[in-house]
Design a protein around this ligand. Structure first.
Ligand code: C2E
Ligand code: MG
Ligand code: MG
Ligand code: MG
Length: 272
């Protein structure tokens, strides 16, 4: 009896695992094609200057509209892409696509907006990255100083030495560099200085609740002070309420991003 049950369970587990792996494989195959058939597109989320209240930048956030499964989150498909060289293809696609769109908006509407694009740390291993960024700037006419590349703190700190050289080459092109999701990794002040970044984005998990908790606000206060001490512009991620926004302004945070200020949207909807 028990044996039969155990056997049955094993089989059930086996089937689910196989199905899961098959979905992954299918999704990866679909993702390879998605780049070429218009299913991948950048949404843009406003970044607001806390002194003027004006939108000073937009962050490109990749979206995948799958014909069968609908919207698939980058939280699911970026890690899938990172398992192979596909991330390099997708990374260059979003950069080119967003730079072209931003350059056009800047020219047609006289908007002085910076563009923020996320880089996977795996892209730093791609010898084609720096030439691709240079080429995108040249062909779209987007000024290098208007492009900011974001890399997550945890990924960056896993291999700081290797990252540093590529980041230096990117800096050489004149683009800005940001450390994303700050607070989720374990970087030191020394590392932050060595990497010569321009911007530090405080992870959303530190912003949530700052208006209610003194401790949470104290942590954000010290992150801002530390970042300013090494000349970094500070962006707060995930601002969802007017109270959080008011407090961040009081704490001398430079910029903010979040649903309270604007959700990621297609360029046509954001700039009607
Ligand atoms: P991220 O770069 O830290 O982007 C911020 C994420 O927080 C976005 O999720 C954004 O939609 C979400 N967000 C913004 N404001 C709020 C808020 O007020 N509340 C809440 N709950 N969420 C907010 P999204 O678009 O799902 O992207 C998730 C992550 O996927 C990004 O985190 C980034 O690490 C990665 N990603 C997105 N697009 C790309 C890309 O083109 N290339 C690479 N390498 N990674 C990307
Ligand atoms: Mg980001
Ligand atoms: Mg982030
Ligand atoms: Mg994030």
């Amino acid at each position: 009896q028990a044996k039969a049950l155990g056997g049955g369970r094993f089989e059930l587990f086996d089937v689910t695992l196989r199905e899961r792996m098959q979905r992954r494989l299918r999704l990866e195959q679909d993702l390879r094609e998605a780049v070429h058939n218009g299913q991948l597109w950048p949404a843009y989320q406003p970044v607001v200057d806390l002194r003027t209240g004006e939108m000073v930048a937009v962050e490109a956030l990749l979206r995948w509209t799958h014909p069968k499964h609908g919207e698939i989150s980058p939280v699911e498909f970026i890690p899938l892409a990172e398992e192979s060289e596909l991330i390099n293809v997708i990374g260059k696609f979003v950069l080119r696509c967003a730079a072209r769109e931003l350059a056009r908006l800047r020219a047609e509407r006289g908007l002085d907006l910076n563009l923020k694009v996320n880089l996977s740390v795996r892209q730093l291993d791609d010898p084609g990255l720096v030439p691709a960024v240079r080429d995108v700037l040249a062909t779209t006419g987007l000024p290098a100083g208007s492009l900011c590349l974001e890399i997550t703190e945890s990924a960056l700190m896993r291999d700081e030495a290797a990252a540093a050289a590529v980041l230096a080459s990117l800096r050489g092109l004149g683009v800005l560099l940001a450390i994303d999701d700050f607070g989720t990794g374990y970087s030191s002040l020394a590392q932050l200085r060595r990497l010569t970044l321009d911007t530090l984005k405080i992870d959303r998990s530190f912003i949530t609740g700052i208006a209610e908790s003194r401790d949470a606000a104290a942590i954000v206060t010290s992150i801002i002070a530390m970042a300013h001490a090494v000349d970094l512009t500070v962006v707060a991620e995930g601002v969802e309420t007017a109270e959080e926004l008011a407090l961040l302004r009081e704490l001398d945070c430079d910029q903010a991003q979040g649903y309270h200020l604007g959700r990621p949207a297609a360029a046509a909807d954001l700039f009607q």
